[in-house]
Design a binder for this molecule. Structure first.
Ligand SMILES: O=C1O[C@H](COP(=O)(O)O)[C@@H](O)[C@H](O)[C@H]1O
Length: 260
């Protein structure tokens, strides 16, 4: 487990811009050293904010978009093109305006896709897609993602792993179908904590005062069953990217100097 590092920005706009700048550097470095990069995207307000900031950043052209694999941490199990799907929102925020290779955009299945409404089969298919992409040196059935981003929900959920829900207790599978999500829609697909923890870097995004309790709880020693965000960490680095509102209830001992 890597110790969380905290970066606190003035407000959510600056947090999104700084995270986008950090992501560009990380992708460019990975492409320079290994030829390609892989990133896991998140849904939610903060995740989409980072994608919109990336779309607006002139330095986005430093990325070779044709050598980037994009995956998702979770998805709302809805028909293709539904405005509530995380991939639909990511396309609008960024993907429609950059030259990504469609074969390397690994969206989670939709509810009108090849598995119809069978979310378990859809989750299994995504697990197989991840396993096919994993290299022998990746220590398991998922690729070692360069960066895996997670929005932190006001209830401490990450991806579609909710407090006390069965998904947060999963230790074997890498991808699960989620039933009865407390946040709509009720049916979802999610990476599990073991899959999340296979990433090289995990970045948790939280901006806004509605995230302050969740951030304080997850970083103050809560267990991952009660606070799934507490169980999300990377092999090499765990980074919490916050704004001052989301960091407001952190114990003084954890609060880092303001970065900007
Ligand atoms: O439903 C979801 O919510 C979380 C957090 O969203 P936010 O709007 O509160 O930031 C998100 O991370 C997840 O991907 C998404 O499916």
């Amino acid at each position: 487990m890597t110790t969380p590092q905290l970066v606190v920005h003035r407000d959510k706009e600056l947090m999104a811009q700084a995270a986008a700048a950090r992501l560009i550097t990380r992708i460019v470095d990975a492409q320079a050293s290994r030829g390609s990069a892989s990133v896991v995207l998140t849904g939610g307000r903060n995740g989409n904010g980072v994608l919109a900031a990336l779309a607006a950043a002139p330095a986005r052209d430093a990325i070779d978009w044709s050598r980037l694999d994009l995956w998702w941490g979770d998805e709302r199990f809805l028909p293709e093109g539904d405005p509530e799907r995380n991939v639909t929102q990511a396309r609008a925020a960024l993907l429609d305006s950059v030259p990504v290779d469609p074969k390397r955009v690994h969206a989670m299945p939709a509810s009108d896709g090849p598995w119809g409404g069978d979310v378990e089969a859809a989750a299994e298919a995504y697990a197989e897609e991840l396993a096919r992409a994993a290299a022998p040196e990746n220590h398991g059935p998922v690729p070692e993602f360069d960066v895996l981003m997670l929005g932190v929900g006001p209830d401490t959920h990450v991806a579609s792993l909710f407090p006390e829900h069965p998904g947060v207790r999963e230790t074997e599978r890498t991808v699960i179908g989620v039933h009865g999500s407390p946040k709509p829609p009720p049916t979802r697909i999610s990476l599990t904590l073991p899959a999340i923890r296979s990433a090289r870097e995990v970045w948790l995004l939280a901006a806004g005062e509605d995230k302050a309790n969740a951030v304080a709880m997850a970083l103050s020693g809560a267990g991952e069953i009660q606070a799934p965000a507490a169980g999300a960490y990377g092999r090499a680095r765990t980074l919490w990217l916050l704004d001052t509102a989301a960091a407001a209830r952190l114990p003084k001992s954890l609060y880092p100097p303001a970065s900007a």
